[in-house]
Design a protein around this ligand. Structure first.
Ligand code: SAM
Length: 226
């Protein structure tokens, strides 16, 4: 999967080089590219925002700079043979709440572009224009609170989606029983030592009776979900 992240703070994405995501990038499973939105500006101050029509506080990110950035990257990706499903994801607190089902769906696309807003957000015409032009546009929220910018929300999306790609997890079993994968929250997990600060690991997990362990885990899952 190819992923293009656009931001005025590209340094924010340093963590994508870490952990499993970094390995997936190195292994070619994910082709992750970070762009500085200001590279598509044309003035000395590299301006990306302007005052809102209608008045009000704050600044709005201009559609012109976003349009140039997205057009160029989409054209380049198409020219390099990137032909599968393409999605433009725009984090915004007014978007559709991100769920595991959405992450599973996005894991099936071949090109994901994430446009990170700052200030009061991105001029609405960016989402409207690309939707009208036939690009799949997803305005999504990571929760009912407001962040300063879309970068953290982009990292959340990228992590939720990429871990579902075939070959991403060392052990693919680990995503089968996970919370939100099958409608149930996962059961509690324990490791060594058997006793920690007076707290014991549940006895059933120590006996090796796999049917009993499975039943116990299912009960705990149901309990947590309820
Ligand atoms: N004025 C906007 C509003 O009230 O809906 C908030 C803009 S916010 C300060 C700046 C940027 O942060 C947004 O454009 C978006 O990219 C990102 N952002 C903030 N909260 C978010 C959330 N809950 N989910 C996804 N993105 C968020």
């Amino acid at each position: 999967m190819r992923i293009d992240l656009f931001s005025i703070f590209p340094e924010y994405f340093a963590p994508v080089g870490l952990s499993l995501l970094g390995k997936a990038d190195d292994a070619g499973l994910v082709d992750l590219r970070v762009h500085d939105l200001r590279d598509w500006t044309h003035d000395r101050h590299r301006t990306v925002d302007d005052t809102p029509f209608g008045g009000g506080a704050g600044m709005v990110m201009m559609p012109s700079v976003w349009g140039e950035a997205i057009d160029e990257v989409v054209a380049e990706a198409s020219a390099s043979g990137e032909e599968g499903r393409r999605v433009l994801a725009i984090p915004t607190p007014s978007g559709t709440p991100l769920t595991q089902r959405m992450a599973e769906d996005l894991a099936r696309c071949s090109h994901l572009l994430v446009a990170c807003g700052r200030y009061e957000g991105i001029d609405q015409r960016v989402a409207d224009h690309y939707r009208e032009a036939g690009l799949e546009v997803l305005e999504y929220s990571i929760g009912d609170y407001v962040l300063n910018g879309g970068e953290a929300a982009a990292l959340v999306l990228v992590e939720a989606v990429t871990r579902l790609l075939d070959g991403f997890m060392g052990n693919p079993e680990s995503i089968v029983e996970e919370s939100h994968s099958n409608g149930l929250l996962e059961y509690p997990a324990y490791t060594k030592p058997r006793t920690w600060r007076g707290l014991e690991v549940p006895e059933v997990l120590l006996g090796g009776d796999h049917a009993r362990i499975a039943r116990w885990r299912r009960d705990r899952s149901l309990e947590r979900t309820a």
